[in-house]
Design a protein around this ligand. Structure first.
Ligand SMILES: Nc1ncnc2c1ncn2[C@@H]1O[C@H](COP(=O)(O)OP(=O)(O)O)[C@@H](O)[C@H]1O
Ligand SMILES: [Mg+2]
Length: 415
């Protein structure tokens, strides 16, 4: 598939329909907590047809939950949600869900209505699923293809608002570009959660930041939001400091005059005055992640050597590495390529090279490998955070707790 080979068949999306004048939805002062842990409170928002809003914020702040409240999959604990009667949402969840991975592409999108079926056929072509591929099973699709098919399925419902929860996770660069180009042509509403700065800059022109302080709105792209946010924070700090200085002076005045009967009333009225003042809260600078890595001193120069390694199954290799690849101490190497081209397989072959006694990979004996897997498949969902980490480590518990704290896992979270 070529880079921007998407030709949006305009009449097949809701793009050409007349826009809805009234807001698509409004929610007022909503709050939400799970098991007594408050995610957010007093959040209000409304949205018009054609708006393109990014929702950003740290993991776990409740972005997905906000999306689910808009859709009606979750209810707020407090506050009201109103939805336009004409609102039709197309929702792409953070993890795509398939009833059966044995279904073929065609079975997944089949419709009894002949007009809808005709539209679907066009969409399939538009999305790069040629007729040849229609018999492929869902289980054989790459992550990117699955996301595309899920998007296609929801477009057949003719939505006027797309709600996309981290749509570019697991996509290769090419499919991300495809997605950007598709969404640029989409003229109705979009709400998108993502951590991909470049993607957000292309797709959304408003950026709403969710944190424990609520939803703060910036009417600009993500990049501009980062700048604007720094300015807002600085201003808040300035006015907070000014206020603290003022309060200190007032307190000194009160302390001085309160004791004497002749001046006590002046102190009293000053106290009343202060009580009425609306106070600026101390601006919260978000806690950053702190990681300290105790690098060992250089243990070798040549870390690894790979010679013409056949990646994939022997009968049908995905690719063969160059005649000679070297990794030296301190190298930082990026591996790029399409989904399904064999990047993870390559890494796994390196990981297992000693057990498999693979001659093409020579790993220096002094090297200890650390591996971070794509789908968190190394993690045991039954264990709590501390159990999980201690079970695979020989480091003392206290040290582990310190490291976890630096990663913002603290107190109750750890058990
Ligand atoms: N249905 C639920 N039941 C209990 N806890 C939940 C549920 N949905 C989300 N949470 C918790 O609420 C927090 C916010 O979740 P989420 O909305 O997925 O955040 P985000 O999308 O910003 O990462 C997380 O700590 C998550 O574990
Ligand atoms: Mg989420």
């Amino acid at each position: 598939m070529e880079k921007n080979d998407i030709k949006i068949s305009k009449s097949f999306y809701a793009n050409n329909l007349i826009k809805i004048k009234e807001p698509l939805f409004i929610f007022r002062n909503i709050s939400k907590s799970f098991f007594g842990k408050e995610l957010f409170e007093d959040v209000s928002m409304s949205m018009s047809d054609g708006e393109r809003i990014a929702i950003v914020g740290a993991n776990g702040t409740g972005k997905s939950t906000i999306l689910k409240i808009i859709i009606g999959l979750e209810d707020p604990d407090q506050g009201s949600v109103e939805r336009n009667r004409e609102l039709k949402i197309g929702y792409l969840p953070q993890e795509t869900h398939w009833d059966s991975l044995k279904n073929t592409i065609l079975q997944e999108v089949r419709s009894d209505d002949s007009e809808t079926q005709r539209r679907i056929t066009y969409l399939l072509e538009d999305f790069g699923f040629s007729e040849k591929s229609w018999k492929r099973k869902i289980s054989s699709l790459s992550g990117g293809e699955k996301t595309k098919l899920a998007l296609l399925k929801l477009l057949t419902l003719n939505p006027n608002l797309l709600i996309l929860d981290e749509p570019t996770n697991h996509l290769d660069l090419q499919t991300i570009e495809w997605m950007e180009s598709f969404l640029s042509g989409w003229k109705r509403g979009i709400i998108c959660v993502s951590h991909d700065r470049y993607f957000l800059d292309k797709v959304c022109d408003k950026t709403f930041e969710l944190s424990s302080n609520g939803l703060e709105k910036y009417y600009c792209s993500y990049s501009q939001y980062l700048e604007e946010r720094a300015v807002r924070l600085e201003n808040r700090e300035l006015s907070y400091n000014r206020q603290e200085k003022y309060l200190k002076k007032q307190q000194e005045f009160i302390d001085r005059f309160r004791a004497k009967a002749s001046t006590a009333s002046r102190a009293q009225s000053r106290i009343k005055q202060l009580e009425k003042m609306e106070l600026v809260e101390k601006p919260e600078t978000s806690k950053g992640i702190k990681i300290r890595l105790d690098f060992e001193i250089k243990v070798c120069s040549r870390v690894m050597e790979i010679k013409s390694l056949l990646v994939g199954a022997e009968e049908s290799p995905l690719f063969i590495t160059p005649e000679r690849l070297e990794v030296n101490w301190g190298d930082k190497i990026g591996i790029v390529g399409r989904n399904g081209s064999g990047k993870s397989t390559f890494l796994k072959m390196i990981l297992r090279c000693q057990e498999d006694d693979r001659k093409e990979v020579k790993l220096n004996d002094r090297i200890k490998l650390g591996y971070y897997a794509q789908g968190h498949e190394e993690l045991d969902p039954e264990k709590n955070i501390l159990e999980e980490v201690t079970s695979k480590s020989t480091v003392e518990e206290e040290k582990i707790r310190n490291i976890l704290g630096g990663l913002l896992f603290s107190g109750k979270d750890v058990f």
